[in-house]
Design a protein around this ligand. Structure first.
Ligand SMILES: [Zn+2]
Length: 250
């Protein structure tokens, strides 16, 4: 059966003599992998369309009893050349793609998450602050996938967040100082300023989101909170985050 869908290319690797195994996040089918036969030889069918970050229309051929889709060809809709021209943008782009690859469930359509990814990559390519965009993407993407941390009230006593709270990754939310019992679990302090920004970033229209101007301290608090949160969800650190911290000190 033949079909087509819009997609963002997440990555690809060589397969055999001439093929490529391509990972893509699509509008209609969520995360998918497919084989692009002869991709390393057929410029006509694929061109530069299998490069990471490319927004394209993927033409697929699905066969019964075969797990992997076959990618017949791709039409490039837009590319994001500026992302790879700058080390910091490329490093942030790599974290964004790894978050999608690790967290998006295969084969599950999530049109809102797809639109968020295309929008954030467009802004990254357009020169918006990479570290800011990464925080926005983390906040919204995790929420769209059902991993939204609960930051507005203490998970133990229910009191509304005020002053400084502590993010508890095992619980996926915050505790107030009164309820915090010292334990060996990873805990991250988070201010009400950072919590307020979090809910703004979650609810604001994407077209207006770049008007938000959080302080560096708020960005750092949210970075630490989401590092702990993502680590708890995945049970490991993202490889690309280590690279980002090494080369860009973000
Ligand atoms: Zn409490």
């Amino acid at each position: 059966m033949k079909s087509k869908t819009e997609a963002i290319i997440i990555g690809s690797m060589n397969l055999g003599e001439a093929d490529k195994l391509v990972t893509f996040f699509s509008l209609d089918r969520g995360m998918q992998k497919g084989v692009a036969k002869n991709a390393r030889k057929s410029f006509r069918r694929f061109g530069a369309g299998l490069e990471s970050f490319t927004y394209c229309r993927v033409h697929l051929h699905e066969r019964e009893h075969q797990d992997l889709l076959r990618i017949e060809s791709v039409d490039i809709l837009t590319q994001a050349p500026a992302i790879c021209e700058d080390l910091q943008r490329a490093a942030v782009g790599a974290v964004i793609l790894e978050l999608v690859r690790e967290l998006a469930p295969p084969g599950e359509r999530n049109a809102t998450a797809f639109l968020l990814l295309t929008h954030v990559l467009q802004l990254l390519n357009g020169g918006e602050d990479p570290a800011f965009l990464l925080r926005i993407f983390e906040i919204r993407f995790l929420s769209l996938l059902g991993y939204q941390p609960k930051l507005d009230h203490c998970l133990s006593c229910g009191r509304q967040s005020a002053g400084e709270m502590v993010f508890h990754s095992m619980k996926g939310g915050v505790l107030c100082p009164d309820c915090l019992v010292a334990s060996g679990d990873p805990q991250v302090r988070i201010s009400t300023g950072a919590i307020g920004f979090y809910y703004q970033a979650l609810r604001m229209d994407m077209d207006k989101i770049c008007r938000l101007k959080p302080s560096a301290a708020i960005m750092q608090e949210l970075d630490r909170t989401f590092s702990a949160h993502t680590f708890h969800i995945l049970g490991k650190r993202l490889k690309s985050t280590e690279f980002l911290r090494t080369v860009c000190s973000i």
